[in-house]
Design a protein around this ligand. Structure first.
Ligand SMILES: Cc1ncc(COP(=O)(O)O)c(C=O)c1O
Length: 413
């Protein structure tokens, strides 16, 4: 493990905190040794945060961010199968915001990790479902910043005391050395995510550590800045790329509310003014109106969540439970457009959006919709067995006995 500011360490949070005290906020730079100190390529560096002009009245304003995401993420036209001719769908590829750090969570972590380091944390605690994309992204970001990571993962009672395996997000988390603590769904709902993280925090403090807790999904008022900033990115992309083009609607999946809160507030405050449709893949729309409200209130936004976002139910059979119809649709969309949706979030949101377009054609007629693909590809591995039946497209290659050998590049045997 890289400790302190070893020459091989890309990044040294402890020292960058020390440096903050000595210099003005505008000159904060990560201390790196040798040649590394002379070059700052941007990625993984801490930089002062300059909020969009239309968001300056929000309070508190973040002072710094870490550069973790590959942004701006592309926006392109998305010819979804069976769309009515008068509806245009575009897609913003936040699934391409990184590799191990892919998806919407990396945008939140840019703010949350800067706060953790500013507070002098030496480890991160967070919590989520067994295939949480947020936990995976946090584990990777923490390791990049030389912080230890402790994950509390929710799984079923029957396997809570067994090795959780290496499927999907778990493989990445365990590769980067996150400490995994399993809890059953029953324990999770009895004790709650806040008490569980507090319990672990206390234990780590007693062991002499300085933990920083990130809530479920990275959703809190600070995390809300992620998609306020993403709205500025969309504004910039619209202005640079297409002159006067704008979107009428933005569609996104909702799992812990932070992405929805940031998008809705940003869209309302900026020149975007697109209508936000958020599809809840767990809990209920009324739960999320309140949850989004709490993130908005934490920024003194002075707006009512019900006025700035339309939240609809997209839970289906339940959180992270997929029907064969849903998986078949994900397969069809992938085969038709090359875009791979995840089964837990973006898949359910798109399926629900298409249903709404089919059932209420008047509502969507002539609209330009921007769908935010929030990532989650690794979660699809958890559904591989369930998806086998949707595949096909394979057979043993027929090679006649008489085909002669011709030398090519590379000798496999
Ligand atoms: C892939 C993916 N999409 C969407 C979401 C929902 O975002 P939020 O938690 O901010 O509502 C999450 C996490 O919950 C996610 O992992």
């Amino acid at each position: 493990m890289l400790l302190g500011c070893a020459s091989s360490a890309i990044f040294c949070p402890k020292n960058s905190v020390k440096l903050q005290a000595q210099t003005s906020p505008n000159t904060v730079r990560c201390i790196m040794e040798g040649d590394e100190s002379k070059q700052n390529f941007g990625f993984l560096s801490k930089k002062p945060y300059d909020p969009p002009s239309w968001a300056l009245h929000l309070n508190p304003l973040p002072s710094h961010v870490y550069s973790l995401a590959h942004t701006p993420t592309p926006i392109h036209r998305w010819n979804l199968p069976n769309l009515p001719k008068d509806v245009e769908v575009w897609i913003k590829r936040d699934d391409l915001s990184g590799m191990q750090l892919s998806g919407n969570k990396v945008r939140k972590l840019e703010f949350l990790m800067a706060d953790a380091v500013a507070q002098g944390a030496d480890c991160i605690i967070t919590i989520g479902g067994i295939q949480s994309n947020h936990c995976r992204a946090t584990a990777v970001a923490a390791r990049y910043l030389n912080l230890d990571c402790h994950l509390i993962l929710r799984t079923s009672q029957a396997i809570v005391d067994k090795d959780p395996g290496l499927v999907g997000n778990l493989l990445v988390e365990r590769l980067v050395g996150a400490n995994v603590e399993l809890v059953s769904k029953e324990e999770y709902s009895r004790v709650g995510s806040v008490a569980l993280t507090e319990l672990l925090k206390e234990r780590l403090i007693n062991e002499g550590r300085r933990p920083y807790v990130i809530p479920v999904g990275g959703s809190n008022s600070l995390g809300t800045w992620a998609y306020i900033e993403a709205v500025r990115e969309i504004e910039d992309q619209l202005h640079i790329g297409r002159g006067k083009m704008n979107f009428d609607d933005i569609v996104v999946a909702c799992g812990s509310g932070g992405t929805t809160a940031g998008l809705s507030l940003g869209s309302m405050l900026s020149t975007l003014k697109a209508k936000i449709h958020s599809f809840a893949v767990c809990d209920t729309p009324s739960y999320f109106y309140d949850n989004v409200q709490s993130h908005l209130d934490g920024l003194d936004a002075g707006v009512n969540s019900r006025d700035i976002v339309n939240i609809q139910d997209a839970k289906g059979l339940g959180y992270a439970i997929s029907t064969s119809e849903e998986l078949i649709l994900i397969k069809q969309i992938a085969a038709a457009t090359g875009i791979i949706l995840d089964p837990v979030y973006s898949g359910k949101a798109v399926i629900r959006m298409l249903k709404d377009i089919a059932e209420n054609p008047g509502k969507w007629e002539g609209r330009k919709i921007l769908f935010i693909h929030t990532g989650g590809l690794l979660g699809l591995y958890d559904k591989a067995e369930q998806m086998v039946q949707t595949m096909g497209n394979w057979r043993q290659m027929a090679i006649g006995e008489s085909v002669p050998r011709t030398d090519g590049i590379g000798k496999m045997f």
